[in-house]
Design a protein. Structure first.
Length: 239
């Protein structure tokens, strides 16, 4: 056979193989949630050798199909499950559906260096006369916004926080707090013992909304029924 035609035939064959390979890889990309974020590198470390990383091997062992079982595995050993990294922790996403979660938070399940950012917490206790004060509304402002309520021991925790600057402010009818607020900076570590001391001011439940708030705190297990009765008595005595 003419060498020129043999060369052309070889080139056509190589082109056909490459197109087939690219088509195959791209079809896999659409078979996992948020697969387009890292494209073929979800399953492969090196496209030249076409060798699969551990996630790629786990994907193959699941018949190249996403589901709860594959989502639960931590293929790359970075302590985060494949589902967590791909924003589908329970593996409920089905091919053809819109990608789940926040695409900005997607990490590569096949690369241990690519993993979700570590989160931190701010915690402390609110006390009155040396005992924990329940039902205190704790407001967090700054890098993130949140509100929690102290438990029956006066403890509170804000979790899932990133590095940044925050302010914690307590509030409960009938009490003044020292300090009135605490500025907190998170820089790679949890922030504990952000404590407050409460002092009764003599003015407690003065409006009906205070009674409702106290009752809701009781339903949530944050205060005792006696606290609700006390609040209601204070409210009715002002009418």
């Amino acid at each position: 056979m003419n060498k020129k035609y043999l060369f052309i035939l070889k080139m056509f064959f190589l082109f056909f193989l490459s197109v087939t390979q690219v088509w195959g890889l791209s079809s896999y990309v659409s078979s996992i949630p948020n697969g387009a974020k890292f494209s073929c590198f979800n399953c492969h470390d090196n496209l030249r050798t076409n060798s699969r990383n551990q996630f790629g091997k786990d994907f193959a062992s699941h018949n190249d199909t996403w589901g709860a079982s594959l989502a639960a595995i931590d293929s790359d050993g970075d302590t985060f499950s494949n589902g967590t990294e791909l924003q589908d922790p329970n593996g409920t996403w089905v091919k053809g559906q819109p990608d789940p979660g926040n695409p900005d938070l997607v990490t590569n399940p096949g690369n241990p260096a690519s993993k979700p950012a570590t989160s931190y917490s701010i915690s402390g206790t609110v006390t009155v006369s040396g005992s924990g004060l329940s039902g205190v509304s704790m407001t967090l402002t700054g890098t993130s916004l949140a509100t929690v309520t102290t438990d029956t021991s006066g403890n509170y925790t804000f979790s899932g926080l990133s590095n940044g600057n925050y302010t914690v402010t307590p509030s409960k009818a009938g009490y003044a707090f020292a300090p009135t607020s605490i500025a907190v900076t998170i820089s790679g570590a949890n922030q504990e013992d952000k404590n407050f001391t409460a002092t009764a001011t003599g003015t407690t439940c003065s409006v009906w909304n205070d009674v409702i708030t106290e009752y809701n705190a009781y339903v949530s297990g944050l205060v005792n029924w006696s606290d609700v009765i006390t609040c209601y008595t204070q409210y009715t005595s002002r009418e």
